[in-house]
Design a protein around this ligand. Structure first.
Ligand SMILES: Cc1cc2nc3c(=O)[nH]c(=O)nc-3n(C[C@H](O)[C@H](O)[C@H](O)COP(=O)(O)OP(=O)(O)OC[C@H]3O[C@@H](n4cnc5c(N)ncnc54)[C@H](O)[C@@H]3O)c2cc1C
Length: 340
């Protein structure tokens, strides 16, 4: 394993901004991870584990520590009884390539999560979700490297404490774990999940249940229409999370903004649409501030129109946060992690 110095992170993140990593290495195995952590310890460096860089904003000053790019590879399929198949994938594998492979093998469970950028290892970190599905629905085990004891550990889905764009891996002290391998349970019998409005509308008026391949293609098409192409335009997808409110808070806002959409979240809470707030209540969809903008087709998404700095992106994010606080009295949470 080779440790490089002063490696620019800009092209390793989909926002395409930010400074350099003081130290940088690629870990393709458990032993590489051990070596990287020993190196960091010897130099008293902080560590950041990087996947595809699609949910981060690297500060203009970069990262004054060791960035470890997780490149652990390998995919294995094991047939089980009852039409189930276990899919084991290395953390460095590309998420959407894994979804495509599973769909091609007629395995149900990941199709609604088609087209999400990034790596397999990052998927459980924020419990990726889209179009009515979340990774937690299929996770069997998450294998991690625990740098505290330099040991491997395997966790069940329950132990991961998955929540809305959340898991134990996002909170100290468990944020120290490095995901090395993910095992999912998929099914060969059809399990179409067509409840999400966009997907339902896509197939409206159609006779018969769509195939697995058709569902993947529909999700990719919906995403292409709504989201910027991160290969061409700098973005990290949704910058903010949808707020989760108590029924009382929701009633208070509904009295003021009767069109505010909300759907039940668990038994007592309501998840409200932040895109609606940014678009319809604040009128900020498409709003541009210097080289940064609120995406014209999905108001949760911020885009780098070209040569923006991390500071400029943060200024727009802060302005949105401030305006929401002033108008609705709500503190919103970021989905994108700032790396500094
Ligand atoms: C256009 C676009 C659309 C998107 N759509 C969606 C969507 O529909 N749903 C959704 O949930 N997300 C979406 N995202 C966000 C993002 O793609 C996901 O969060 C993805 O899982 C991030 O993967 P990554 O490998 O790029 O992670 P990175 O951005 O590299 O890292 C994200 C976080 O995970 C940690 N991490 C990464 N790998 C590991 C590992 N092996 N072990 C421990 N920690 C690790 C990092 O340290 C960091 O904290 C979108 C992003 C973009 C750009």
């Amino acid at each position: 394993m080779r440790v490089e110095e002063n490696v620019p992170l800009k092209d390793l993140s989909t926002f395409k901004v930010g400074g350099a990593a003081r130290y940088f290495c690629r870990a393709a195995s458990f032993d590489d991870l051990k070596e990287a952590y020993r190196f960091a310890k010897s130099k008293k460096l902080k560590i950041f584990v990087l996947g595809g860089g699609s949910n981060i904003l690297v500060s203009d000053a970069g990262f004054n520590g060791l960035v470890i790019k997780n490149e652990i590879s390998g995919i294995k399929f094991t047939e089980k009884s009852g039409g189930l198949t276990l899919v084991e994938a290395g953390a460095g594998e590309n998420w959407d390539a894994l979804v495509a492979l599973c769909v091609s093998k007629n395995l149900w469970g990941l199709e609604n999560l088609s087209g999400i950028p990034g790596t397999v290892g990052a998927a459980p970190i924020q419990n990726i979700g889209a179009y009515g599905a979340e990774i937690k629905d299929t996770v069997k085990w998450v294998e991690v490297f625990d740098p505290k004891f330099m040991k491997r550990k395997v966790m069940t889905a329950e132990a991961c404490r998955f929540g809305y764009r959340d898991s134990r891996f996002k909170h100290s002290p468990d944020s120290r774990y490095v995901v090395t391998r993910l095992t999912l349970t998929l099914s060969t019998s059809p399990r179409p999940n067509l409840n999400y409005t966009d997907v339902k509308e896509f197939f409206a008026g159609r006779n018969g249940t769509p195939s697995l391949h058709e569902i993947r293609e529909a999700v990719l098409k919906i995403r292409r229409h709504k989201l910027p192409d991160y290969e061409k335009i700098g973005t990290a997808g949704s910058f903010f999370k949808n707020p989760i409110l108590s029924q009382e808070e929701f009633n208070r806002l509904r009295a003021q903004f009767p069109d505010l959409p909300g759907r039940p979240f668990g038994s007592r809470q309501i998840k409200i649409s932040l895109a609606h707030i940014i678009d319809k209540i604040l009128g900020l969809k498409g709003f541009q501030k210097g080289p940064v903008a609120v995406h014209g087709r999905q108001a949760l998404v911020l885009v780098n129109l070209g040569n923006a700095t991390a500071k400029e992106i943060l200024l727009l994010a802060e302005e949105i946060e401030r305006r929401i606080k002033e108008k609705l009295g709500l503190e919103i949470e970021r989905e994108v992690e700032i790396i500094k």
